[in-house]
Design a binder for this molecule. Structure first.
Ligand code: NAG
Ligand code: NAG
Ligand code: NAG
Ligand code: NAG
Ligand code: NAG
Ligand code: NAG
Ligand code: NAG
Ligand code: NAG
Ligand code: ZN
Ligand code: ZN
Length: 594
């Protein structure tokens, strides 16, 4: 549930009531004529806005997708050609701002902010220009196939890179882990706090920008920002974050063994981020974790919101001061060193990922999967296994397999997420398939919904081989109740045995203004009537869900954490079926087909 930035032209997402199919040719012709007029800051002609609006009204899905791909290629071709014909930074800025206003629904304030962050800052050239200037074989097909992969945009020259996998272990040689221990431990999973230092209770919660609740007065009192948070497009105030931590400290910290934090600390005000502000917020949050969790280890990973510019993780070998995002890896290595052993720092500095042997036989692998996020502009520069992370992952898992260790994988972006680069997603899935016996569970964030994803065996389509649990979010962005979660993990095989989901009712909290009343919304095993959480149970459960709209409605209720606005909004049969489809969509191309 993030706010896509990307190549300025990202959001053709103008939602309109479809009435009749319009001619693709007419639209493309209008776009071709119109974008030329934007060069040197020309005002966008009305027919250009109409053409873009008309795209969303194409009824036929493949024609619709094709029109998006072709429009994207037209625009990109123009942007690259204009720059390479010698356009200066200033002309490029006004051109890109105009394109942003035409092709996105961000509004002019956000468009200006994004273009300034991505293009100017203090120094010479910034990310967009750097990539156009330094990536010699940059093609519109490549860029559009990444940003609009969900619309099936193709690049005939796509780099179908492959991570080599060791041969599968001879099944008869796989050793079962010793089962002398039958105890379980508790693990706290926190994710997507999205702390907004500028949140103002009673400010305007319904503004024209992509993040509200910061200033202004609501014209209707119903739209005044709530004290503890808001169901509108808003993140979380400091006192709410402090309440969360105080609650956990008082009621849970003594029971838990350690903590997973699966990314996204920074607010969604992505058009005005800065290295300095992000650093301050990140240090504040980790500092508070250290105070509150005392001697319990936190295993943190990066979200797509931590870097500046948002979503950007610069490619290996790009060291130019004005575009590199190396600072976020350096900051993470320093901040995380209070919890992690020294030998994690090399990979954190290289790519924001690491592994820790927690105890003999149990290992955590913490990924920076944000590099696969299609809003990470650096994918246009280099999309081949960024920071050699997946190559490293295979090495780590192979060694773990030989030592008969069990592994938890932490990854901000869930497997199959529709905006994860398809080649990365495809390779990641193959790695999970290959090492499913070693990986006991996966833990994710990012989508802000309480969901899980189930991997089936490629050879035996009825056999479940892995499960990824999403911790949902503390932020309400957009329309959810805040939550945290506590797993019961089997100490012997590191499988998740159960989990409890804790939330508060934001409507009630804001009515009363006294401290929110946290309560357990559900325990997984009990809520779904399962005797245990062995992998096969997930297969049975999915079978049951596909036959029961009631069970699917419960899944939806939990997914939105019983939020009043989301319950009222509802989810019809088609919507519930789509949610069910996502559960088994563990590769991008499968989610696209849901
Ligand atoms: C967009 O749709 C409107 C209304 O159907 C039509 O009048 C106009 O010609 C279309 N413009 C383009 C460029 O497709
Ligand atoms: C696997 O191990 C069994 C028993 O040791 C052996 O018969 C079989 O040939 C092995 N298969 C492979 C592919 O190595
Ligand atoms: C308050 O919000 C308005 C738009 O909602 C914006 O133009 C203005 O700059 C903001 N003021 C401050 C002080 O942030
Ligand atoms: C953490 O602190 C508690 C209470 O001070 C103590 O009992 C426990 O042994 C400590 N654990 C570790 C791993 O240091
Ligand atoms: C990051 O840290 C490395 C070594 O620790 C240092 O050489 C480099 O200058 C730092 N880079 C930034 C951008 O802070
Ligand atoms: C933990 O796993 C072991 C081995 O798979 C199993 O025998 C035991 O029953 C499990 N314990 C719990 C509490 O699920
Ligand atoms: C949340 O609180 C509001 C106000 O007290 C109440 O009307 C609503 O039913 C509650 N929602 C749930 C799911 O309990
Ligand atoms: C997704 O892509 C993989 C690899 O390219 C392919 O094997 C699989 O059939 C595709 N799945 C769908 C649903 O298109
Ligand atoms: Zn998030
Ligand atoms: Zn995210």
């Amino acid at each position: 549930m993030k706010f896509a930035v990307a190549f300025i032209i990202v959001a053709f997402l103008l939602i309109g009531n479809a009435f009749s199919s319009v001619q693709q040719k007419e639209i493309l012709h209008a776009i071709e004529n119109g974008i030329d007029k934007l060069i040197s800051g020309g005002t966008p002609p009305a027919f250009l806005f109409n053409a873009v609006k008309n795209i969303s009204q194409i009824q036929d899905e493949s024609e619709h997708d094709e029109t998006i791909c072709k429009s994207c290629q037209l625009v990109l071709n123009n942007v690259i050609a204009y720059r390479r014909s010698g356009a200066h930074k200033k002309s490029m800025m006004s051109y890109l701002k105009a394109l942003c206003n035409v092709f996105s629904d961000y509004g002019s304030v956000a468009c200006s902010g994004y273009v300034e962050i991505e293009i100017v800052r203090k120094t010479e050239r910034d990310t967009v220009l750097f990539i156009i200037d330094n990536k010699r074989n940059l093609t519109p097909e490549r860029v559009c196939s990444i940003h609009f992969q969900a619309n099936k945009c193709q690049d005939p020259d796509a780099d179908k890179w492959v991570i080599p996998l060791p041969p599968a272990l001879n099944a008869s040689k796989a050793i079962a882990r010793e089962t002398d221990q039958t105890t379980s431990i508790k693990v706290l999973h926190l994710t997507d706090i999205h702390y907004d230092p500028q949140y103002q209770p009673d400010s305007n919660a319904e503004c024209d920008e992509p993040l509200c609740c910061q200033n202004g007065t609501a014209s209707d009192p119903k739209n005044a920002a709530g004290y503890w948070g808001d169901y509108h497009v808003c993140d979380m105030p400091q006192h709410s974050v402090e309440n969360l931590l105080a609650h956990i400290k008082e009621h849970h910290v003594k029971d838990i063994e350690y903590v997973y934090y699966t990314g996204d600390i920074i607010s969604h005000k992505s058009w005005t981020t800065s290295k300095e502000e992000n650093t301050k917020t990140i240090k504040y949050i980790y500092g508070r974790f250290a105070d509150v969790f005392q001697n319990k280890t936190v295993y943190p990973i990066l979200g797509n919101h931590e870097p500046h510019p948002t979503d950007f993780y610069s490619s290996d070998g790009v060291s130019q001061d004005h575009v590199t995002t190396q600072w976020i890896f350096n900051l993470s290595a320093t901040e995380w060193s209070r919890w992690l052993p020294d030998d994690t720092s090399a990979t954190i500095l290289k790519g924001g990922y690491y592994t820790v042997l927690v105890r003999p036989g149990f290992r955590i692998v913490a990924l920076n999967s944000n590099v696969c996020f299609t809003s990470n502009l650096w994918l246009a520069y280099e999309d081949r296994d960024p920071h050699q992370q997946l190559t490293w992952l295979v090495e780590v898992l192979h060694k773990a397999e030989q030592l008969n260790e069990r592994v938890h994988i932490l990854s901000h972006i869930p497997p199959g997420e529709i905006l994860c680069h398809k080649q990365w997603s495809n390779q990641f899935r193959k790695i999970i398939n290959r090492f499913a016996n070693t990986i006991s569970a996966q833990f994710n964030g990012h989508t802000h919904i309480d969901e899980f994803r189930v991997f089936y065996s490629p050879d035996k389509p009825d056999r479940v081989i892995n499960v990824a649990f999403n911790g949902a979010s503390f932020t309400t962005f957009v329309g959810f109740n805040p939550n945290f979660r506590i797993y019961q993990v089997n100490s012997s095989d590191a499988m998740v045995a159960n989990f409890d989901q804790f939330i508060y009712n934001l409507t009630r909290a804001n009515e009363k203004k006294t401290a929110p009343e946290w309560y357990k919304l559900y325990s997984f095993k009990e809520a779904y009537g399962l005797p245990d959480l062995k992998l096969d149970r997930f297969g049975d459960l999915l079978q049951k869900m596909s036959n029961s709209l009631d069970l699917m409605w419960q899944y939806y209720r939990f997914l939105v954490r019983d939020s009043d606005v989301k319950i009222k909004e509802g989810c019809d049969t088609k919507c519930l079926k789509q949610l069910l489809c996502y559960i088994t969509a563990v590769e991008t191309n499968e989610s696209v087909n849901c």
